[in-house]
Design a protein around this ligand. Structure first.
Ligand code: KG4
Ligand code: ZN
Length: 338
């Protein structure tokens, strides 16, 4: 079964064709980073306008790269939410029209479920049940994943998302949006032990996160040390270590408490080199296996949307053509872990 996936929830216009939820036949991502960089963050109005320009060429390229024509797919899957409403509407409306015109099943999916599914685009993938750390620009959460479509939310951030903290720190030191990769690269050249920023564990056995205190602490440090640019890589490394230590501790603790041997790390921040290295090393001590998608499937992409759409379609679950998008996180359901 070949599914066309479409993603337009934020600042990437993406289309992909995936076979049987796992084999990526094509994955095209057109990013708007250069457009938003000058404004220090994503401007929703500009994002929608650029999705409108990009969507048709991006979908055509996905078909060309897969060597398929429009009659050779079995369903259309698209991000329904959460995200920017105007941006979501472009992909959602396009996908609906395409499915209607081609008489194909239509599946509106949750962007977060897409990220969780991204580990299944790789050859080696976790065994159920496993725990997943979802780290992106808008979300930081831990899920207990029971099956492809059943999740239990164990904890989430009470304030900023991890990616947001990276982006804000980058902005503070004048490197702008998006800041994750910039801070990651700077940190590689720095000494992570030179400046110790606070670690915010909240309750040590709980799974909620908080990053706004750390952000404030970095801001205060910069105000007190005028010459900070002389050792900016040490600041980046110190900030990063404070984030990564907490993430690694909490996801491994979640695996221990749930008795899982497998963990997954997904979302844009899963591209972070220190996060990949530290969790992999720490997990070895407990015999836990770590699954992280390749870099191209960490950030927003449409292959993950096609993959989760396939799993819903296989269960016979489709979306009405009069369905609507939603901006705030919902679903990725289950009870909150106590
Ligand atoms: O998943 P994603 O592409 O979009 C959302 O759904 O939010 O994640 C984007 C976020 C941005 O905040 C970006 O700064 C962060 O992921 N990011 C990174 C790295 N690459 C991207 N954060 C830390 N280290 C990286 N290497
Ligand atoms: Zn995302």
């Amino acid at each position: 079964m070949k599914i066309l996936g479409i993603e337009t929830s934020c600042d990437e216009t993406a289309a992909s064709i995936v076979e049987n939820g796992r084999t990526v036949l094509s994955s095209v991502i057109s990013t708007q980073i250069d457009i938003h960089h000058q404004y220090g963050g994503v401007v929703p109005e500009l994002a929608s306008r650029n999705h409108i320009e990009a969507i048709v060429p991006v979908v055509n390229e996905a078909f060309d790269n897969a060597g398929l024509n429009k009659n050779q797919i079995d369903g259309v899957s698209v991000t329904q939410g959460p995200g920017l409403v105007g941006a979501l509407l472009v992909g959602f409306t396009f996908a609906k029209s395409f499915a209607y015109a081609q008489k194909l099943p239509f599946i509106g999916v949750n962007h977060l479920e897409g990220h969780i599914s991204s580990v299944f685009l790789e050859n080696n993938s976790p065994e159920f049940p496993y725990v997943a750390l979802l780290v992106s620009g808008g979300h930081t959460s831990i899920y207990y994943v029971k099956s492809h479509t059943e999740y239990e939310l164990m904890g989430q951030t009470r304030d900023d998302a991890v990616g947001e903290a990276y982006d804000k720190v980058s902005k503070m030191v004048g490197y702008g949006y998006p800041g994750g990769k910039v801070i990651d690269d700077l940190a590689k050249k720095g000494d992570k032990k030179k400046i110790k920023f606070p670690r915010s564990y909240l309750e040590k056995n709980g799974f909620d996160f908080s990053f706004s205190g750390l952000k404030t602490s970095v801001n205060r440090y910069l105000k007190l040390n005028e010459n900070y640019m002389e050792y900016i890589s040490d600041i980046a490394a110190g900030f990063q270590e404070s984030v990564i230590e907490v993430l690694s501790y909490k996801i491994l603790n979640a695996a221990k408490i749930k008795g899982c041997n497998d963990i997954a790390i997904v979302g844009g921040v899963a591209a972070n080199s220190r996060l990949r290295e530290k969790v992999t090393n720490d997990a070895k001590k407990y015999g836990i296996n770590v699954y992280i998608p390749s870099i191209e499937y960490c950030g927003d992409n449409a292959a993950m949307i096609a993959s989760i759409g396939y799993l819903y379609l296989k269960k016979g679950l489709t979306t009405e053509l009069n369905g609507d998008v939603y901006s705030r996180p919902k679903v990725v359901s289950g009870k909150k872990h106590k």
